[in-house]
Design a protein around this ligand. Structure first.
Ligand code: GTB
Length: 223
């Protein structure tokens, strides 16, 4: 059954793959599963029909027959469980790959989101610069640990996995800050992820939503 995912009809990034539908698109492309996309306006996100799929009124969601999922991490875990290619068969290697999924979402992403959201919503506050310097310190602390662990490996734990899908896209949220570039092996790691054919197909598919007639939104979104 062809799953249906949701994405922004007019993403503020104007097709740069920063919104979280990109995670789901990339995972589906990696496993070779075709999918349909339902594009939603910001208004539609908060309507009952969408809240029935995602109580928080956000994208992405994933529908497959009677199954409806929200949370990009949960969706990617489901895809990886259903198809070969994103989680190793060996039980211990699989557990480590799942651990990297959590590390991307629970350890690396929170200070990055904090940095971004404060930039979007709090720039006029008196404490803004002090706060950002503190959070940048937290981001660098986490990236330093990640960089040390990655070393000169291609991927986080042996073969490419769902953990790498999430980690590469979480690091991409720092695009434009120059912080990832301070860690050459992390910059190379992100570039390796972006070079994968499945990533490129996913990126092209979400970028294709944006045309001259649909140039994206100037709205600043949460999370
Ligand atoms: N924890 C959830 C998950 O992982 O699925 C978070 C989902 C979430 O925050 N979705 C955002 C959303 O729908 C889109 S991804 N926000 C609208 C709302 O809640 O009203 C966050 C995002 C949006 C846009 C950009 N961008 O344009 O650069 C980057 C990231």
């Amino acid at each position: 059954m062809k799953p249906v995912i949701t994405a922004f009809a007019a993403s503020p990034d104007k097709g740069q793959g920063l919104a979280r539908d990109m995670r789901v698109r990339w995972a589906l492309e990696e496993v070779g599963q075709p999918y349909d996309v339902r594009l939603l306006s910001f208004k539609a996100l908060k309507e009952p029909a969408h809240r029935a799929l995602n109580p928080f009124g956000s994208i992405p969601t994933y529908e497959e027959g009677d199954l409806a999922l929200f949370e990009s991490g949960g969706i990617i875990h489901h895809i990886a469980e259903q198809h070969a290619g994103l989680l190793p068969k060996d039980a211990e290697a699989r557990a480590r790959a799942v651990t990297w999924m959590f590390a991307a979402l629970n350890t690396i992403e929170p200070p990055i989101v904090e940095l971004e959201q404060t930039r979007f919503f709090e720039e006029d506050k008196s404490w803004y610069h002090e706060h950002q310097a503190m959070v940048e310190g937290r981001v660098r602390d986490r990236l330093g640990c990640l960089s040390n662990r990655l070393g000169d490996a291609d991927w986080l734990d042996g073969s490419f996995s769902a953990g790498d899908v999430l980690m590469v896209l979480v690091l991409r949220r720092l695009d434009g800050t120059g912080i990832v570039e301070e860690y050459q092996n992390l910059a190379d790691y992100v570039a390796r992820g972006e070079a994968r054919p499945a990533y490129q197909r996913a990126f092209a598919a979400q970028a294709a939503v944006f045309t001259d007639a649909n140039p994206g939104s100037d709205k600043v979104t949460r999370q």
